[in-house]
Design a protein around this ligand. Structure first.
Ligand code: GLY
Length: 364
């Protein structure tokens, strides 16, 4: 007999969301992870911004991201009741550009969003100053009011509490391989009816052949000091010398500044170059940040996928993939959890998930 009905390998935002929702649906669930609630999810900025981060050619990602965004308010409300308030912010995203090349890039985004029927609100000089007084000298700006943001660390704590409350068991060991109905670990095998692979950047180590690779990102956390200009109210995403930089304010006065993006294997070192890039970019967008206290530097490994879409769905009978979320793990957690529960129940997942079929490009 199976030791557990559902074994979720990985206790980041995806694994925890799947575990909580599966337990709510009545399944006996075990999460296998040596450090649940950490990894890339702990380092994340918390932008839930499918529209501000959209790009021509990535229509399936936009549709899936927006479907998940629609699910976020109800997900956060249910989580607040079950595990604690995850700190959802509804202020929206402001996208800004400074030099001509960056403004051209912003114009491409604005044109693209208009062409796919998304409302874009162009913001100029005086209005920009009144919306975000600390953002100065932008050549052009767009306001995306529907985007959300979440406090990733509160979210992870809430998910862990909610999962425990719903009877999820946590096994703090490292998985070494994931097979249909079986998870191998350093401390023995876990048998299950269905294994869910939600191990982020490490997924292909556990299931060789899966098209997931680590995509390093560095972030900084800063804190406003007495006498310094208050943090922006909105999430601010800027193009600076072709690179996207974002500032995500937290309710407690902290500001998350992210993120670099490199192919660096499994290296999680914070580099001087990464810190310089982030601070130079942020000062361009929000000069007041120079007076802030620098409280943390961190690096995490996103689960990069070949085409930026995740891998969601059956890899075999008794094995489901919930991985490869690229830059969108936090955003896509609600739709991923709902899709996995649909598969467990033998129901159809949301239609937008079809594009994330793991079989599409050698995903398995
Ligand atoms: N979603 C932003 C990032 O991955 O950096």
């Amino acid at each position: 007999m199976a030791e557990t009905q559902v074994a979720v390998v990985g206790g980041g935002v995806i694994g925890l969301s799947v575990a909580w929702k599966a337990a709510l649906a009545g399944y006996r669930v075990t999460v296998i992870d040596p450090s649940p609630g950490r990894g890339a999810s702990w380092v994340a900025g918390g932008m839930l911004a499918p529209v501000a981060e959209a790009w021509p050619g990535e229509e399936a990602g936009l549709a899936l991201g927006e479907e998940s965004l629609r699910r976020w308010p109800a997900f956060a409300e249910a989580l607040a009741a079950d595990g604690g308030d995850p700190g959802l912010s509804t202020e929206g995203t402001l996208v800004v550009a400074f030099d001509r090349a960056d403004a051209d890039q912003l114009a491409v985004l604005a044109e693209y969003l208009a062409s796919v029927g998304r409302a874009v609100d162009t913001v100029t000089g005086r209005r920009l100053r009144s919306i975000e007084p600390g953002v100065s000298g932008a050549r052009s700006a767009l306001l995306v009011p529907g985007d959300l943001a979440v406090d990733n660390r509160r979210l992870l704590r809430s998910l862990q509490a909610a999962a425990l409350r719903r009877g999820v068991r946590f096994l703090d060991v490292e998985a070494t391989a994931v097979e249909p109905g079986l998870v191998r670990t350093g401390s023995g095998d876990v048998r299950c009816d269905v294994a869910v692979l939600a191990a982020g950047a490490y997924s292909a180590r556990l299931r060789p052949g899966l098209g997931v690779r680590p995509l390093k990102g560095e972030i900084l956390r800063l804190r406003v000091r007495r006498g310094s200009l208050g943090p922006p109210r909105h999430t601010v995403r800027g193009f600076v010398e072709g690179r996207p930089i974002y500032l995500v304010p937290r309710e407690d006065g902290e500001l998350v500044l992210g993120a670099t993006q490199y192919e660096a294997g499994f290296d999680e070192t914070v580099t001087a170059r990464g810190v310089r890039e982030l601070l130079e970019g942020a000062e361009r967008i929000f000069p007041g940040i120079a007076e802030y206290e620098l409280v943390e530097m961190a690096a995490g490994l996103r689960a990069g996928s070949v085409d930026t879409l995740p891998y969601l769905g059956p890899l075999a009978d008794g094995l489901l993939a919930a991985t490869g979320h690229h830059r969108n793990g936090l955003l896509m957690a609600p739709v991923t959890a709902d899709a996995i529960v649909a598969w467990l129940d033998g129901e159809k997942p949301p239609a937008e998930v079809e594009a994330a079929d793991p079989a599409r490009d050698g995903g398995h």
